[in-house]
Every structure is written in C-alpha cells, then in structure tokens.
Design a protein around this ligand. Structure first.
Ligand code: KG4
Ligand code: ZN
Length: 358
C-alpha cells in the first residue's frame, strides 16, 4: 500500500509517499520526500513568525504534494491512505496540513491517519534503519522539544525525561542570535564550532539531582528509574543561554575567533548534557539500542560523540540521515503506517492540536 503523508507543523511544508515492504524487519520504503523550507522568510525576523508560516503553507502545499506524487510515480488512485501531523505545533500551520489531508481522504474515499509530530521523529529511525532492537531509548531533540522516550513495544513511547524550559534547538537558535549569527542557528553554530576551542569557556549546565519540594515531580513514571536518575533525566537549557548572554554583554565587540570559541564551548556543554543523561538512562533501563532524532540530531558533534560513546558502551546508536532529521513528511508517513496497521484512523471532525500528548 502507498500512503501519502503531509507535515506542516512549523515552517516546512512537506509531503512524502511511503510504501509498505511486507518485510517485518524493514517495514517501510521511502518513495519520495519533498520539503519546501520557509527559512528564507523567517530569517529576516530571527525566528518563525506564525502568521507568515501559515500563509506560506497555503501557497506551497499544492505544489509540494504534486511533486511528492510525481517523484514517487504514484497517482491519486494508487493511494491507500493519507497521514497528517495533527500536532503539536503552530495551530495555523497545522490547520493547513490537516484540512488538506482531510480533503484528499474525503474526496478519494480513503482513510485519514492522525500522527503526533514526535512519533514521526522517532519513526524516522525505523524508516532508515529498520525496526530497532527493543527495549530502546530514543532522544528527540528539535527546536520545540527535548524529550527522552523508552520504547518497549513498537509504537508505544514512554516519556521518561524532558526539558523544563528551553528545547536544545531553541537554545542553539537563541545563542546564535546573541552572537549575531543567522537563523536557524543550529547549523551555523555547528559549523563555527569546528574551528573553535570547546574548552575556552566553562559554561554551566543545570542538573536536577536533589530532591526539592519546590521542584515539579520527575517526568519518568514512578518506579521506572531510581529517584536520583529520574530527576536528572529532565533537562534545562535556559541557564546556559543566560550564561552566554552575560558573557556576550561583558565582552562587547568580539572577534571571529572568540565567537567560534563561544560556539564550541556552548556546543560541548549541550552535547554532554544530552548524551550523559541519555546513556545513563539507557544503561539503567537495559536498552538494547539507542536512537537520536529531530532537527538537532543533524549536529555533527552530537552524532560523532553519540557514536563514540555507543561503541564504548557496546550499545548500537542510530541517527536518521540529514534529510530525515529536520522536519519532513517521510517520518510522518512511517509513523502513519504504523498507526494505520494498529487500526487507528481519524473521523472527519479531526482537529489540529497545538499541544498534544504522545
Ligand atoms: O525538528 P526540527 O526541524 O523542527 C522542530 O520540530 O522543531 O528542528 C529544528 C531545530 C532548530 O532549532 C535548528 O537550529 C536545529 O533543529 N538544528 C540543529 C542543526 N540543524 C538543525 N541544531 C544543531 N546542529 C545542527 N546541525
Ligand atoms: Zn520536528
């Protein structure tokens, strides 16, 4: 069966066609993956402007879907289902994709499958590498999320850690802005950091290790992790961002070399914070594989360090290829086929949801 997938949760308009292979170990085949990025539009404002994003989705969606079908050599009559990102994301942006997918499903008389954006990021790993050895620990790091999941059964994602404030990608984007670099900041900091000294500055990263009655309960379900670990697998990046801000204010004008050193030092701390917790939780939980997905998984240092740690720990580490790490519809198609085969379809009153639990 061919499934058409649509993703419009933030600032990329994306469509893809995914087919089933019949092989349980490698269940899905990518037939096309088309993304129209709005980076050039939002760059001018230093971040995503929701109203501009939804209007651009409207302009782009027809052409993007046409191209996805054409590149897959698939006609409307060959589609067995349509999957769409229902949330979380920007409401106006999500609505464009949800309405478009609904119209296709209704006019073709085929099922509509609602997909959670983060399920898509997680399933991008399976689309690329085949089914992960379970149980698996999967870290989703993007502009909007930093969430660690434990997967014991395919399609069941247990949240065991998340950020208390900024997402990792958001920290990259904000620090890039403080340094006067462009948008999105992640790829720029990644590139500059390669030429900097990652020990030039000792930035702090908070770790919630101590019980505190003012502190919210840990994210992991009780009993899954020992209390000290459950607390420490929650992330926090806003203090780090403030530390960079103070340094930049104190310095005033900076040379390119200083900017590269700040970028490298910032990146080292973010990558260590992400990997320390993920590997610790994975080891405690007896994970047989570890995945990292989402826009920040495109980061060259995160990928290299994760692979090195995995090799040392004897734990297979999986990351998506760059084309599947930032937002795309192929991952929504993969998660959509998983849900469709689990019997999940939507009614015609399906609505976009800006916040949605996985
Ligand atoms: O998954 P994604 O495309 O969108 C969301 O769902 O948020 O992630 C976008 C985020 C942005 O914050 C961007 O700066 C970050 O991913 N990003 C990176 C890199 N490429 C994209 N962060 C660090 N290093 C990169 N190479
Ligand atoms: Zn995303």
């Amino acid at each position: 069966m061919n499934l058409l997938a649509i993703e419009t949760s933030c600032d990329e308009t994306a469509a893809a066609v995914i087919a089933e292979t019949g092989d349980p170990a490698r269940p899905w085949q990518l037939k096309s993956n088309v993304v129209a990025s709005q980076d050039a539009i939002h760059r001018e404002w230093g971040g995503v402007v929701p109203e501009l994003a939804s209007r651009q989705h409207l302009r782009d969606i027809c052409g993007v879907v046409d191209r996805a079908l054409e590149q897959a050599s698939v006609g409307w009559a060959d589609l067995g289902a349509v999957a769409v990102t229902q949330g979380p994301g920007l409401l106006g942006s999500l609505l464009v994709g949800v309405s478009f997918a609904k119209s296709i499903a209704w006019s073709r008389g085929i099922p509509l499958v609602p997909v959670h954006h983060l399920a898509g990021h997680i399933e991008s790993l399976v689309l690329q590498h085949g089914e992960l050895a379970l149980p698996a620990a999967v870290l989703v790091v993007s502009g909007g999320h930093t969430s660690l999941y434990f997967i014991r059964q395919p399609g069941h994602y247990e949240l065991i850690g998340r950020t208390r404030d900024d997402a990792a990608g958001e920290a990259y984007d904000k620090v890039a802005r403080l340094l006067g670099l462009g948008y999105p900041g992640g790829p720029i900091i990644d590139r500059l950091a390669r030429g900097g000294n990652d020990r030039a500055y000792a930035f702090p990263v908070s770790r919630m290790t101590h019980a505190d009655r003012n502190q919210p309960a840990a994210t992991a379900p009780p009993g899954l992790l020992p209390p000290h670990l459950a607390r420490s697998v929650d992330f926090s990046f806003s203090g780090l961002k403030t530390a960079v801000m103070r340094l930049v204010q104190a310095k005033g004008a900076m040379t390119d070399a200083e900017i590269a050193d700040i970028a490298a030092s910032f990146q080292r701390v973010v990558v260590e914070a992400l990997l320390d917790r993920t590997f610790e939780a994975a080891s405690w939980l007896g994970a047989r594989s570890l995945g990292i997905a989402g826009g920040v998984s495109a980061n060259s240092r995160l990928r290299a360090d994760a692979e090195a740690r995995g090799a040392k720990a004897g734990l297979p580490v999986f990351v998506p290829p760059l084309s599947l790490s930032t937002d795309n519809a192929a991952m929504i198609g993969a998660a959509g086929l998983r849900r469709f085969r689990a019997g999940i379809t939507a009614d015609w009153d399906l609505n976009a949801e800006a916040s949605l639990a996985l």
